[in-house]
Design a binder for this molecule. Structure first.
Ligand code: GTP
Ligand code: MG
Length: 443
């Protein structure tokens, strides 16, 4: 009985703490109503993922952005009334507000106002579990907060001008800024160390000639589900945005018995805050350095095409346009009339369902094909006069056997084809290996 009362009290406290939010979508002059609706719906999901209750939402048409508060004064008043009627304590708005606009709206509505970037940063801050993730999010948050710091000073100045307010107010602001800047320097320095460590780990993997595949895609597309399906791992999967933040790397033994690595990482979203992409560079290096990208697409969402474009935009920002990519249309079980022929674009595509396993064998087949095109086994014969090159071969290829003969060293290696072509002059095509190396070694 006692514990029941306690539990009741805790849930009452939690209810009181849960923020009640109003979600405001913006329809720009070049946007259709359905685009605005989808974006507003996504913002509501983000607000929920950040832990608030969405009480109501509305779409506000904006023909011309107003400098003072982004939206016109009539709409500001209308939304203010809606806020009062619902008694909400948070208004989320689906644009990137400038610091003064955010401040003006908070004053007009007398409640907390948060923009799309602020919400995404908040979710990341809640979800970051590892030290690396936490550092990355803190870096992004501080960069976002730095220009918004004036609020503290304004608060002081509202106490009244004159002796004792002006000087200290300004000084405090400068102190705050300086503190943030020195914290930013420290974080950047810590992240450089992490980056170095990851680089060493990655180089160790590369050295073995093992192919690396990275899962990329819009948040909630099913990347982690696919990793689990392919490798039998148990990475967290939930119907929520940004469940995965930290990269996970698993080995996958393909049907041809060759091993590759598959990495799962943070998902992308429309208008992903630039601060986050920059801060997550260390994490995203698994993507940057991958030999092959699997772009996982939620085929069942009405926003599918926009999401594909959004992901491609981030990939471009990361500079990986040249990396081969396979588009994976996931969740086809939700689309009974799906036909793979509908797949748009020139990229290689596969339709799958991580729920019922449809298309997984086809995907594995494509991975085998890619793996055998990309890596090859070869026999190299290095004359003793060139012995110096063996150290670099040892560093970059997997060596199966090494025999010393009268004229030089014979090595059996497995390596990426592109790398093997550098040692072309030493490749020996032996009859039994011919079918294995044919076409691969020289590419
Ligand atoms: N019906 C159906 N649901 C799926 C499929 N694949 C994934 N899901 C569901 O989609 C939701 C998101 O899946 P995740 O694997 O967490 O997606 P993610 O891309 O890793 O998402 P984040 O890590 O949040 O960016 C979960 O509720 C999954 O159960 C599928 O093939 N069919
Ligand atoms: Mg995930």
């Amino acid at each position: 009985m006692k514990s029941g009362t306690m539990a009741g009290r805790v849930s009452e406290i939690n209810n009181n703490l849960t923020e009640k939010a109003l979600v405001i979508g913006i329809r720009g002059s070049r946007q259709s109503q359905s685009e605005a609706e989808q974006s507003t719906h996504e913002l509501a999901s983000l607000v929920e993922a950040a832990g608030a209750d969405v009480i109501d939402s509305m779409i506000c048409p904006v023909q011309q952005i107003q400098v003072r508060s982004y939206i016109g004064s009539g709409k500001v008043e209308e939304i203010g009334n809606l806020r009062k009627a619902h008694d909400v304590n948070l208004i989320a708005i689906d644009v990137a507000l400038s610091p003064p606009q955010q401040r003006n709206l908070e004053r007009d509505w007398n409640c907390k106002v948060i923009d799309r970037t602020g919400i995404i940063l908040d979710i990341f801050a809640r979800r970051a579990a590892t030290r690396e993730g936490q550092l990355q999010v803190e870096l992004a948050q501080l960069k976002y907060r730095l220009p918004r710091l004036t609020r503290m000073w304004e608060h002081l100045s509202r106490l009244g001008a004159g002796i004792g307010t002006r000087g200290p107010g300004e000084t405090q602001l400068e102190v705050d800024r300086r503190r943030i800047r020195s914290r930013l320097d420290k974080l950047e320095c810590d992240l450089v160390k992490i980056k170095k460590r990851r680089k060493i780990q990655r180089e160790n993997r590369r050295r073995s000639g093992v192919l690396s595949v990275a899962l990329v895609g819009y948040t909630n597309a099913g990347k982690s589900s696919l990793l689990n399906r392919l490798t039998g791992s148990d990475v967290a999967v939930r119907d929520q945005l940004f469940v995965t933040l930290d990269p996970t790397i698993r080995q996958l033994v393909l049907p041809n018995q060759q091993t590759i690595t598959v990495s799962d990482t943070v998902g992308f979203i429309s208008r992903l805050p630039h601060e986050l992409v920059a801060a997550f560079h260390a994490t995203l290096e698994e993507v940057i350095e991958a030999d092959l990208l699997l772009h996982v697409i939620d085929s069942a969402t009405p926003d599918r095409e926009e999401q594909i474009l959004d992901v491609e935009k981030v990939l471009k920002e990361l500079g990986v346009e040249a990396t081969p990519i396979i588009r994976i249309y996931n969740k086809v079980d939700l689309q009974p009339d799906w036909s793979p022929g509908q797949s748009p674009g020139p990229a290689d595509t596969v339709s799958v369902s991580t729920v019922n396993g449809y298309g997984i064998d086809e995907l594995l087949g494509k991975l085998v094909q890619f793996q055998s095109q990309m890596s090859a086994r070869a026999t190299l014969f290095i004359p003793y006069k060139d012995t110096g090159i063996i150290a670099s071969i040892r560093d970059r290829c997997e060596i199966f056997s090494e025999t010393f003969e009268a004229e030089g060293t014979r090595l059996q290696v497995l390596a990426k084809s592109a790398l093997l072509s550098k040692y072309n002059m030493y490749v020996v095509v032996e009859p039994e290996l011919q079918s294995f190396t044919k076409g691969d070694a020289g590419e």
